[in-house]
Design a protein around this ligand. Structure first.
Ligand code: GLC
Ligand code: CA
Length: 522
């Protein structure tokens, strides 16, 4: 089955903002909505037009806001509902769309639903979460942890991530009668969860939001075949088609061929997917591959294609979202040169996918190492540090010692101030690539994508066909290489604004690739 997506999504350039760390406006050292509002010009100048804002809801912040206490309230530290309205208005006035983060799978342990659900007396919230009948009954092999000994109720409750995030009960396709917590999809208490979530979604869409990034999306589709058929998402898709045809859903699932067949518009390629790791993974991180393509050593594009193509070919009308990174993963700028990052962005912005830039990656911000965990960040904390606007107080007027997290001490050239207006900076290249992507139909996700070389460390592919086709070469590793240049492409010339280290040899039949080189041929 095919599920079309809103046409604006084809040309969209995403940008993820972690609200804590983008821009502080009221001087408390934590980013806020009016801070983002004051940077709208920056976003326009960069050229991005789809903001994904990590959770801004009321929360005890045991998981940086992914533990929601009130789905319909802005956390006071970020501002008010009116501030959000102003931000939406300002973004829309500049043709930028806004996606909020929807966290459907769990709530904070402090959420009123959970406080009710953990009471001994049966009440309308008794089945809202996944509870066993006994505090001692803790199923194993379900892939989920259980919290034992909370509250007065006899039972253990499933958690969706941290102990403080009890799992909502979305039902299963075929309940196992020996598991009392497995309820059918049409159980009234399961329906209540779905309806509650649909209501929350409508609440924000009616306020002008343009869609959602869906947190831990797979966690609410039970894993037993046939994946519960993604029933919740199919129903949600129906609501979108009927009531909000211009809004979009982007899941944190990490397996596009599964996610997109539920009717979701786009799904991230994440580090649970080897296709991502073969490109970007950094040593020491989960599923790290020894030599990804974007490394000094160089990887093998064959392994990337092997894992990526099955998803690309099975998109059901949806899009794969390629990200530079996110608030859970090591920043792409960590241990990578600016030249290598230029190749990485050239790749990201020329693939038949939806690109998503994590704030600060456009200037090559690296992880800040050795930080103590903040708000449940643990080793993720280092990728959540304040935006490197400059090497001074660009993020906040308050003394640095009071900032949400300490900034990089020696940011060097990896700040906005050091790069804006400089012809050879990473940020300037990103800006040019965004412009190219927006103006060139050959880069549309639906336009052909033809890999021209299927192994070795070099990404070499064609986008579009005929006169208007573009050819892209990216050679991120530290060795030189000579590749054969196909005769059929002999009229293509590198765009010097978008190339580095690439030159023709032997009157055009060979291409010499310097270390960390890249080029777009027009
Ligand atoms: C997602 C979020 C992550 C969060 C987790 C639980 O993976 O990206 O930050 O901790 O879900 O909500
Ligand atoms: Ca603030």
């Amino acid at each position: 089955m095919e599920f079309p997506h809103p046409t604006w999504l084809d040309r969209a350039i995403g940008y993820q903002i972690y609200p804590q760390s983008f821009q502080d406006r009221n001087g408390d050292g934590i980013g806020d909505l009016l801070g983002i509002l004051s940077r709208v010009d920056y976003l326009v100048d960069l050229g991005v037009d789809l903001i994904w804002l990590s959770p801004i809801y009321d929360s005890p912040f045991l998981d940086a806001g992914y533990d929601v206490r009130d789905f319909k309230k802005v956390a006071p530290r970020y501002g008010s509902m009116e501030d959000l309205d102003r931000l939406i208005e300002a973004l829309h006035a500049r043709e930028i769309r806004l996606m909020l983060d929807l966290v459907p799978g769990h709530t904070s342990i402090d959420h009123p639903w959970f406080l009710e659900s953990s009471k001994n007396e049966p009440n309308p919230y008794t089945n809202r979460y996944v509870w066993t009948h006994s505090m001692y009954e803790v199923p194993t092999g379900t892939g989920e942890g259980f919290l034992q000994g909370y509250g007065e109720r006899e039972g253990a409750v499933a958690i969706n991530f941290f102990w403080s995030q009890p799992k909502l009960n979305y039902g299963v396709l075929q309940p196992d009668p020996t598991k009392s917590w497995e309820l059918p999809f049409d159980h009234p208490d399961v329906r209540a969860v779905w309806e509650e979530m649909f209501d929350i979604i409508r609440f924000w869409l009616d306020r002008g939001v343009d869609g959602f990034r869906i947190d831990s999306a797979k966690s609410i589709c039970p894993d037993r075949p046939p994946l519960g058929e993604g029933r919740f998402y199919r129903e949600l898709r129906g609501i979108f088609d009927r009531e909000y045809p211009e809004a979009a859903l982007l899941t944190e699932w990490g397996w596009p061929s599964d996610a997109l067949k539920t009717g979701i518009h786009a799904d991230f390629l994440l580090h649970n997917n080897l296709a991502f790791n073969e490109l970007f993974s950094l040593p020491g991180w989960e599923n790290g591959v020894p030599a990804p393509i974007f490394s000094d050593q160089g990887g093998d594009v064959a392994r990337f294609y092997q894992h990526y193509l099955p998803h690309h070919e099975d998109r059901h009308g949806g899009l794969i979202c390629l990200m530079t990174g996110n608030h859970d993963y090591m920043r792409c700028g960590t241990n990578r040169s600016i030249s290598q990052l230029k190749g990485l962005f050239t790749f990201l912005l020329t693939m038949p996918a939806l690109p998503m830039i994590y704030y600060g990656d456009e200037v090559g911000m690296p992880n800040v190492m050795g930080l103590k965990s903040k708000e449940g960040g643990f080793r993720r904390t280092g990728c959540r540090t304040p935006m490197q606007w400059d090497d001074k107080d660009g993020f906040s007027e308050t003394p640095r010692t009071d900032w949400y997290l300490p900034p990089h001490e020696v940011p060097g050239e990896r700040t906005v101030a050091a790069q804006v207006g400089h012809d050879d900076s990473l940020r300037t290249l990103v800006q040019k690539l965004i412009h190219l992507r927006k103006s060139h139909p050959a880069l549309d996700p639906e336009a052909p994508w033809i890999p021209l070389m299927e192994e070795g460390p070099t990404l070499f592919y064609q986008r579009g066909e005929g006169e208007k086709a573009l050819v892209i070469v990216i050679h991120p590793c530290q060795t030189e290489r000579i590749i054969e240049w196909p005769l059929a492409l002999s009229r293509k010339k590198p765009d010097l604004q978008l190339s580095q280290g690439v030159s023709f040899r032997k009157s055009g039949s060979e291409l010499h690739l310097a270390p960390e080189s890249f080029a777009i041929f027009i």
